[in-house]
Design a protein around this ligand. Structure first.
Ligand code: GTP
Ligand code: MG
Length: 320
């Protein structure tokens, strides 16, 4: 599922400016015949139809651009629920639908009014009134459009998850998960020397294989998590969600460079192990001192320190 391509929803001002401009252009280009009142009537109807038609089609398009929530895989439903207000999102989409219906109603009403009008001034007045009504409808959904654009920004960060054997890189913040993802998959996820660099889920395929390949292994790098019961922030909850919903295998990344106490990292490791088959991997081996290595082995005698190459082999061997 690719959320990256959801285009922005036009603001009321943009919609109105373009709709009225299109209507103006159309009447200037078209050759109207008959008496002044007849011409004004025809022009009025064209203006109403062109502007209403444009706005309705744009609103309909925006509604379609958002995914249909009834057919989304469970993971995305939960991710949306976690990162957005699903109720408000649905309400905002329903507001676009409401506006489309209202504009259609005014289009019909004012088309009839203009057709029935005899006086030039009345026709002008009705057309202006129609524009006013349309503007007012769009102003009423201004907040909804703003909210949809906020949702769009967040949804653009959603990973494009494929139905493949999935490895989740899991662990404390700043331990080297994104660096490991880049090394395993050849992606270019952001890494930095501070915690909570990763704020959404990064995705790659082992050895840079094509996601189309049935046997490709999907690797997900999730935000770092502190083992804080009840107090997880939204970023951390996304990591939990991947673990619960998608992971076939967890690579738990340990960092022995004193970033976080090992005893805390172990708690989270035990938690992961209870949920999924888990491989422990010690990161930053190139900069660890002898003391740090022996401290790690002493604290976690059951964990074998493996090289990057060995980790890669183990992941391959665990594939279904
Ligand atoms: N020397 C060395 N540095 C590493 C290694 N892995 C990661 N780092 C460094 O550790 C820091 C954190 O790495 P990230 O990959 O961003 O860590 P992360 O676990 O993704 O961090 P969050 O996204 O904040 O949870 C960066 O400065 C990396 O360059 C490694 O194997 N060796
Ligand atoms: Mg990261």
């Amino acid at each position: 599922m690719n959320f990256e391509k959801i285009p922005p929803v036009e603001t009321p001002k943009e919609l109105l400016d373009i709709a009225f401009r299109k209507a103006r252009e159309k009447v200037t280009k078209k050759d109207f015949k008959g008496k002044p009142a007849e011409r004004a009537r025809d022009k009025g109807r064209v203006k109403i139809d062109i502007s209403a038609g444009y706005i309705q089609s744009r609103l309909r398009k925006s509604m379609k651009d958002f995914p249909s929530f009834d057919h989304l895989p469970e993971f995305y439903v939960k991710l949306i629920d976690l990162t957005l207000d699903l109720g408000a999102l649905k309400k905002s989409l329903a507001a676009l639908n409401w506006a489309e219906g209202k504009i259609l109603f005014f289009q019909r009403t004012y088309s009839k009014k203009v057709s029935a009008a005899r006086e030039y001034e009345t026709i002008q007045k009705q057309t202006k009134e129609f524009y006013g009504r349309v503007s007012s409808v769009l102003k009423q959904i201004k907040n909804n459009i703003e909210y949809l654009n906020e949702c769009r920004k967040i949804m653009k960060t959603y990973p494009d998850i494929k139905d493949r054997f999935t490895v989740c890189l899991y662990g404390f913040p700043n331990v080297g998960k994104s660096t490991l993802l880049n090394k395993l998959t050849g992606t270019n996820a952001k890494t930095a020397a501070y915690s909570f660099t990763t704020k959404s889920i990064n995705c790659g395929f082992l050895d840079g294989e094509s996601p189309k390949k049935e046997t490709a292994i999907q690797v997900l790098d999730v935000p770092g998590t502190l083992a804080r019961k009840e107090k997880m922030n939204l970023i951390e909850l996304q990591a939990e969600l991947v673990l619960e919903e998608l992971a076939n295998l967890v690579v738990y990344v340990f960092d022995a460079t004193e970033t976080f106490p090992l005893k805390d990292q172990i708690k989270l490791y035990q938690k992961a192990k209870k949920k999924r088959p888990t491989i422990a991997y010690l990161s930053k081996q190139d900069i660890l001192s002898k003391e740090q290595f022996s401290e790690f082995s002493k604290t976690l005698p059951e964990v074998e320190v493996i090289s990057f190459e060995k980790l890669r082999e183990q992941i391959l061997s665990k594939r279904r």
